[in-house]
Design a protein around this ligand. Structure first.
Ligand code: 1GP
Length: 257
């Protein structure tokens, strides 16, 4: 029942301790399909382990961008859908996610139900993922009607992460929101979840430098996602800064192997 991408994640987690994912939001107002494909190729060259594709406000021809990105790289491409519009059969896998701390059932199970038949028929690999929104949450929290967890309340996040584990989700995503200030999700939140929960942690939102990424791995994250940094730095230096960060992440991960 385990798909190829999920096995890739588990194997890398075991052998390397931690993974780096690059998030691309191929919003046509921000970048062309060609640019998205070029960034994906550069991110792969810099050592990232997978390309996530999605965003909260995406619209336009997702199939076209996903196909172009998928053609440009050999590493897995994983959909990170912000709504039913984020589904495409051209990716290798899809995070089938539920925003557990939304106040609106649409984002917990409504959108998922509307998309489920299409996802099933497309035969795309799905990875069930609980999505937990931590303050500030930014655009994703606003769109997803979330009640973001305060940054100084790790136990609240832990309660939800444990529930996610018991419900059978494969991953728990601790999200501070794209472009969040403050160096990403607080390490105390990550370490509290890692200490008591067995479910692997993926985290993102405001990890814009080496220090914050390494801190997240040291706190117990299995996957760190960078979106804004990737989209900003790759056109400037072709992936130099990103490859330094990936190397630092792998070094921190190796301590856990
Ligand atoms: C957003 O966690 C991701 O869903 C990435 O955030 O753009 O801040 O890296 P950044």
């Amino acid at each position: 029942m385990d798909g190829r991408v999920w096995r890739y994640i588990l194997e890398k987690r075991e052998s390397e301790g931690a993974l780096h994912f690059s998030l691309l939001d191929p919003d046509p107002l921000q970048m062309t399909t060609e640019e998205a494909a070029r960034l994906a190729a550069l991110a792969e060259k810099a050592g990232t382990d997978a390309i996530m594709i999605g965003g909260s406000t995406i619209f336009g021809l997702i199939d076209e961008s996903v196909k172009a990105i998928n053609d440009a790289v050999d590493i897995p491409t994983i959909l990170f859908p912000g709504n039913i519009t984020g589904v495409s059969e051209y990716a290798d896998a899809m995070f089938f996610m539920s925003l557990l701390n939304s106040t609106n059932p649409y984002w917990i199970v409504g959108a998922q139900s509307l998309a489920a038949a299409r996802v099933k028929m497309a035969g795309i690999e799905t990875i069930p993922m609980a999505y937990l929104m931590i303050a500030p949450g930014k655009t994703a929290a606003w769109v997803g009607d979330a009640k973001p967890f305060p940054r100084d309340k790790p136990r609240l996040v832990l309660m939800y992460a444990l529930a996610a584990e018991l419900m059978g989700f494969r991953l728990v995503y601790l999200e501070a929101g794209s472009g969040a200030e403050g160096g990403g999700v607080p390490p105390e939140i990550i370490s509290t979840v890692a200490k008591y929960a067995e479910i692997p942690i993926i985290t993102g939102g405001g990890f814009n430098d080496e220090k914050s990424v390494v801190r997240a791995v040291d706190a117990g994250a299995s996957i760190v996602v960078q979106g804004t940094f990737v989209e900003r730095s790759l056109p400037e230096d072709g992936g130099e800064a990103l490859s330094r960060i990936v190397r630092a992440l792998k070094k921190a991960g190796a301590k856990r192997v």
